[in-house]
Design a protein around this ligand. Structure first.
Ligand SMILES: *[C@@H]1O[C@H](CO)[C@@H](O)[C@H](O)[C@H]1NC(C)=O
Ligand SMILES: *[C@@H]1O[C@H](CO)[C@@H](O)[C@H](O)[C@H]1NC(C)=O
Ligand SMILES: *[C@@H]1O[C@H](CO)[C@@H](O)[C@H](O)[C@H]1NC(C)=O
Ligand SMILES: *[C@@H]1O[C@H](CO)[C@@H](O)[C@H](O)[C@H]1NC(C)=O
Ligand SMILES: *[C@@H]1O[C@H](CO)[C@@H](O)[C@H](O)[C@H]1NC(C)=O
Length: 498
């Protein structure tokens, strides 16, 4: 035989052997038949070609029919899951301490409803004054002893271990019918209906770790951009929580050098191979002072939590912190999904720009303010670290200046009251006067604004692809103005035009 033919023969033999071995490896039927992979030594070229043809044909058949998931590994095949999540499917675990608990109870009373919210508060011990059950706050559980775990972060607090271990202790209680475990601090206010809507996007039978990082760039550099900050709160799906509870103690030993409880949970989840699912509605609130700039330009995502309430000023003027948060909840209870949602409308005839943060405040700007400017946050707050000068801190969002001179600021109207009607919700806002300023004639006498909107009921598909709503100002106003919030037209643009 000539050399080229020899080479072709061996090439054909190798190809056939490869295809056969592939078929044998991937098909149980063929493996069971124990087909031999050795080919007779003295096959002629033509017979080899025929054999190759047959094997190729089998190979194609195999690709077509036997392994239908050739292009989609089985793990990617989507599974239909039950979207009907209710408040009862969420179990909250609130980390508190015997010291802070008496002071923080009023915050819990704002968002916790004994009849529909399931929650436990974890304390280091029960003080005498807390003995006896108070049904207006979540029942108290005393955390297990954690003194056997090491803690080596200099200047940190050992309680981080106890708080991290709440994750295990709440799962080990084996409460019935839980789909999500939600963790937060005693100074975290949760917006429970929005959490239900948001978590319903994810399948609790899969592994999910849902939360958000800090608003402060520096805090994220220090801890991690991919960590759910514990005060802002985070949710862990049932199936993941079960596994995490089993392995957490070994992580607590390995991560003794970390500062906080959230970092311990985050590290353990990372070891399980799970990353953060970012939901921008969770707010760690790593800032101080006046939160107005943040609350009046909330992302197009439901409000899920607010934290560090003691570190910020009351969110409404002339009220205590708890009063102010309770006032916000008058709107939350009327239309939870719409709370803080920003809508912008323009009045071209008077050259005014109006920005509504529903249930909280309305701002009226003189002139044509661009939407993008209105969506960025006015810097009304101060950095979390007191040592950092205001200019040197960085945030995770775009900022614009908030003028020092109150007369250069927009005119602000704060929520006064909310009246739910059938289908519609009427919310009333009153002008906040800081100083007498020269204002455009059109709004010189304006004292009250009434906003008419429909209860925002988003289904899962709308939750996944949200769109900002539009608004109209009813023509001619003097002392009071009426704004109507509605769905935008298909190609309607939010801009000033005649
Ligand atoms: C909670 O349930 C109790 C008894 O079922 C009822 O009397 C009470 O009015 C309910 N409270 C609220 C806020 O729904
Ligand atoms: C409070 O309630 C919990 C369970 O609901 C119970 O285990 C505990 O004994 C009660 N404590 C007191 C002081 O009544
Ligand atoms: C502040 O609140 C008190 C009572 O809550 C009221 O009497 C007073 O007029 C308020 N002040 C302003 C400036 O609204
Ligand atoms: C607007 O309100 C002021 C009082 O605030 C009143 O004096 C004025 O007449 C009103 N203008 C119109 C056109 O109603
Ligand atoms: C408002 O500003 C935008 C862009 O800045 C411009 O395109 C638009 O014409 C302005 N509208 C009016 C009525 O001035």
């Amino acid at each position: 035989m000539k050399k080229p033919t020899k080479r072709r023969l061996s090439f054909l033999k190798r190809t056939i052997r490869f295809l056969l071995s592939f078929l044998c490896f991937h098909s149980h039927a063929l493996t069971r038949s124990k087909m031999r992979l050795t080919l007779p030594q003295n096959l002629s070229l033509s017979r080899l070609k025929t054999l190759l043809l047959i094997v190729s044909f089998l190979f194609i058949l195999y690709l077509l029919f036997y392994r239908r998931d050739w292009h989609a590994p089985p793990t990617l095949i989507s599974r239909v899951f039950d979207y009907t999540l209710t408040r009862r499917h969420l179990l909250f675990a609130i980390a508190s301490s015997s010291q802070s608990w008496p002071r923080r109870k009023p915050y819990l009373r704002i968002w916790y409803s004994p009849n529909s919210t399931r929650a436990f508060t974890f304390l280091d011990r029960v003080a005498a004054s807390d003995a006896g059950n108070d049904s207006t706050v979540p029942p108290v559980v005393v955390s297990a002893d954690t003194s056997k775990f090491p803690y080596t972060f200099r200047g940190g607090l050992r309680s981080a271990i106890r708080v991290a271990r709440v994750v295990k202790e709440i799962v080990d209680r084996n409460e019935k019918d839980v789909r999500w475990y939600v963790f937060g601090d005693d100074d975290t206010v949760f917006f429970v209906d929005n959490l239900v809507k948001t978590l319903a996007k994810y399948d609790h039978a899969r592994w999910f770790y849902v939360g958000s990082n800090s608003e402060s760039y520096e805090q994220n550099v220090k801890y991690s951009f991919d960590m759910a900050f514990g005060g802002g709160g985070f949710a862990i799906s049932y199936s993941l929580a079960k596994v995490l509870a089993r392995v957490l103690d070994s992580c607590l030993v390995r991560y003794a050098h970390l500062y906080g409880s959230d970092a311990r949970v985050f590290s353990c989840l990372a070891e399980l191979g799970v990353g953060l699912t970012h939901e921008p509605g969770f707010h760690q609130v790593d800032m101080r002072g006046n939160l107005f700039g943040m609350l009046s330009s909330h992302p197009l995502s439901p409000l899920l939590s607010l934290h560090h309430l003691d570190a910020v000023e009351p969110i409404f003027p002339n009220m205590s912190r708890t009063q102010a948060m309770g006032h916000l909840f008058e709107a939350v209870n009327a239309d939870p999904a719409r709370i803080l949602q920003q809508t912008v409308c323009y009045d071209p005839s008077n050259s005014l720009t109006i920005s509504v943060a529903w249930g909280y405040a309305i701002q009226i700007f003189n002139g044509n303010e661009s939407l993008l400017d209105l969506l960025s946050l006015q810097k009304t707050f101060m950095p979390w670290k007191r040592s950092v000068t205001i200019g040197a801190s960085h945030y995770m969002f775009n900022l614009r200046d908030y003028p020092k001179d109150p007369c250069k600021r927009p005119v602000i109207f704060f929520l006064e009251s909310v009246r739910p009607d059938i289908g519609d919700v009427w919310s009333y806002y009153t002008r906040h006067v800081v100083r007498e300023c020269v204002r455009p004639d059109a709004i010189k006498n304006l004292k009250h604004i009434k906003v008419i909107s429909q209860r925002l009921e988003l289904d899962i598909e709308q939750m996944k692809a949200p769109r900002r709503q539009c608004c109209n100002i009813l023509p001619s106003f003097n002392e009071s103005m009426v704004i109507n919030i509605r769905q935008c037209g298909v190609d309607e643009l939010i801009s000033m035009h005649f």
